[in-house]
Design a protein around this ligand. Sequence first.
Ligand code: 0L1
Ligand code: MG
Length: 254
Amino acid sequence: MIAADLTGSLAQRLDTAQTACADTPSLADSHAFDIDDAYAVQAALLERRVARGERIVGVKLGFTSKAKMAQMGVSDVILGRLTDAMRIGDGDSFGLARFIHPKVEPEVAYRLCRDVDLDDPLTDIESCVDAMAPALEIIDSRYRDFRFTYTDVVADNTSAAGYAIGPWSPVGSVANRAVRLRTADAESVGSTAAILGDPVHALHALLDMCRRRRIPLRAGEVVLAGAATAALPLVAGVTECDVAGLGSVTVRGR
Ligand code: 0L1
Ligand code: MG
């Protein structure tokens, strides 16, 4: 385990990179730290954001596709936190200048309707969500050239930088639905099956991860279940995610 002052200084480095919009080299280039340390750095990073007045409003999962897990040589999902400062309203425009080198992912979001009891072995996570929606996640690694290790990306709050949620619908199965992500200069198509086989599996992975990491899940929070296609560079203009049968969400970068 790394010392508390190193945890703080690594978190500060990532926080400065985000607030100054200036990338930083991989932490793992200069420091040895394990996955527990990485989640401790992430927590210290979030403390800094909360101290500035941001509110935690949800969680996100990453590495939910087999391809991404294989690329990173891991077999576990990763978890990051969403704050209110990251939210972009459906249809809203936003400035790209606040990001370093943003990419965008098409996702499915769930909404928690009650606090989740992490200590009750009988907790039924599916009964803790009451709505689902198409979503866009903006990832913006604070690391130079998006070059990072598994522990680096966890420390960096799993690259979380922004998100937008489309219209909420009652919860139902969205297994194997077509997903289309369109930016002003590229398009990718995929399936919700890329999200751990079925986005509902992400809820179970989330519960498991939150139990292990003691991360609370509260009523009203948003859960981003993971990406249905590889990320695309986020550019100026309209970006849209469409999930068949669930609807679409749009943002406009300027
Ligand atoms: O799936 C994700 O949200 C991506 C997690 C971080 C990895 C990356 O920045 O590419
Ligand atoms: Mg994502």
